[in-house]
Design a protein around this ligand. Structure first.
Ligand SMILES: Cc1cc2nc3c(=O)[nH]c(=O)nc-3n(C[C@H](O)[C@H](O)[C@H](O)COP(=O)(O)O)c2cc1C
Ligand SMILES: [Mn+2]
Length: 476
């Protein structure tokens, strides 16, 4: 069975360090500076992961880790893949494995390092943790930008563990922000609130990247992210029953909050604004449910996991996991000969590569991709000689195989969201958060396949073979 080479976040950081991709930074301020450095590093080609220490105003050893999986290499490492394969090969390997993953339930254990430091009741002070102000206009410090929020369905008993942002509002108060009421965390909380009781909740600030990836996946209700993360790792996640809530908490967690998410109808705080993954602010503040933090736990010298949204193409994951899901979806719907799917600009542009078999094949794939591209305005289809992960190649196809007057379609009133900066405030007010999508058919016209001017370029296979034989010499 496929296994990853790390147990917990620290194990992953060690692997990143061994790969030469970790930078230790001392003295950066929690207000805007950690965020600024994270953004600049994420904008570099294969930019490094960052471990901040000696943060002014906080105890030495209380660290922040950012850009965990922002590079292709580290996203592949998180999945336990050979970092040497090409980005598209890594995504294809993930697609294939994801299709056959066996849910792997967690194992309960009795000890966890996070019990090294505990505080309850009046002793709770979340101000000891270096929660960054990530972007300049953010409404406050966010201790949770990539934190795992754990709740249990009161009727069915299954445990949800997903990523929702967490803003600090005081010594023992945070808010949890659900983008919409269909989030499992929101649906579960509402079941408690409808009975007039608060929802027991645990938040982990510092989990391993398998849990981070699982927490981002669209899983069906009832499918615990713990089981998915165990499947990614190839072995079960060790969990400890939370002393206060009884919720399963990853034993390898760095910082843990336990408490109650108070009924939104009774208590709320103004949440945000917070910089979004589009590179813009979406709204001013909105009322969000409040967690009363009743207990905190942390390992000695805890590491706060941070994954702020940043201006594209910077993204939480160097491999576009949702493109893999779309790729397998195309196959399941019977679209043959798809040679690759990728998303650029932080998921806002989707590219499908395929070998055309029949007239309309490319458009069939493009329409499915368009329908499933959340907030994405541009969908491009290219032939099989184009690597969809290579934006320069994709644009070469667009500029040499697409005739705009014939090859572009606009699909109106399609799936976007209130985060879309281009939708007018009036439309959003009316609940109209759809936009249009441009489909660019950058494939050679089907009836010209045999006669299209031949390319001067090496095929993908030839380029790969040449790289294998001569690459070391070229790199010097
Ligand atoms: C770094 C990061 C931050 C996120 N922040 C939020 C958030 O604040 N609110 C939200 O509803 N979804 C957020 N998401 C998206 C959800 O985690 C994602 O859609 C997940 O599949 C939801 O899980 P669920 O179906 O269990 O609710 C974030 C994802 C990532 C990777
Ligand atoms: Mn879920």
């Amino acid at each position: 069975m496929h296994k990853v080479a790390y147990q917990d976040l620290r194990g992953f950081i060690d692997l990143v360090d061994e790969a030469g991709a970790l930078r230790r930074i001392a003295g950066a301020q929690a207000v805007h500076e950690i965020g600024a450095i994270t953004e600049v590093a994420a904008g570099m080609a294969e930019g490094p992961a960052l471990l901040f220490d000696d943060i002014p105003g906080y105890a030495k050893g209380f660290r922040v880790f950012s850009n965990a999986t922002t590079s292709v290499q580290r996203a592949a490492l998180a999945l336990g893949f050979d970092a040497q394969v090409s980005p598209l090969e890594a995504l294809q390997a993930w697609k294939t494995r994801r299709d056959t993953l066996k849910p792997t339930p967690p194992t309960f254990v009795d000890e966890a390092p996070f019990l090294e430091n505990t505080a309850t009741g009046d002793d709770v002070d979340i101000g000891i943790y270096p929660a960054p102000h990530w972007h300049k206009l953010d409404g406050g410090p966010y201790i949770g930008s990539g934190s795992l929020v754990i709740t249990r369905d009161p009727d069915e008993g299954w445990v949800n563990a997903s990523i929702y942002r967490v803003q600090v509002h005081g010594n023992n108060r945070v808010t949890v922000q659900f983008d919409h009421t269909g989030r499992h965390g929101s649906m579960i909380a509402r079941k408690y609130w409808d009975r007039g009781i608060p929802c027991p909740i645990a938040i982990v600030h510092g989990q391993d990247p398998a849990l981070f990836i699982a927490g981002f996946e669209y899983l069906p209700s009832g499918y615990s992210e713990y089981d998915f993360a165990g499947a990614i790792k190839g072995f079960p996640i060790d969990v400890l029953r939370g002393p206060l809530t009884g919720l399963p908490i990853p034993a390898g967690a760095e910082i843990v909050f336990e408490g109650e998410l108070l009924p939104l109808q009774e208590t709320s705080l103004a949440e945000g604004p917070f910089g979004e993954f589009t590179g813009y602010y979406a709204a001013d503040t909105k009322p969000a449910p409040v967690m009363a933090v009743q207990a905190t736990y942390h390992r000695n010298d805890p590491i706060l996991f941070g994954s702020p949204p940043m201006k594209p193409p910077r993204f939480h994951f160097g491999l576009p996991f949702r493109a893999a899901t779309l790729w397998s979806g195309l196959e399941q719907l019977g679209v043959t000969d798809v040679t690759g799917v990728w998303q650029h600009v932080s998921q806002l542009m989707t590219v499908v590569a395929l070998k055309q078999r029949y007239a309309g094949h490319a458009k069939r794939a493009a329409l499915i991709a368009a329908a499933n591209s959340y907030m994405g305005r541009i969908v491009v289809v290219v032939d099989e000689d184009i690597d969809p992960s290579n934006l320069a190649d994709v644009m070469w196809a667009v500029t040499t195989r697409c005739e705009p007057s014939e090859s572009v379609d606009i699909v109106r009133n399609a799936w976007s969201s209130g985060l879309d900066p281009r939708i007018s405030p009036e439309a959003k007010q009316r609940g109209l958060t759809s936009h249009s999508k441009m489909i660019i058919d950058a494939c050679k016209p089907f009836d010209q396949l045999a006669t299209y001017p031949r390319t001067t370029s090496l095929s993908l296979e030839e380029a790969k073979a040449t790289e294998a034989k001569w690459g070391a010499m070229l790199r010097g």
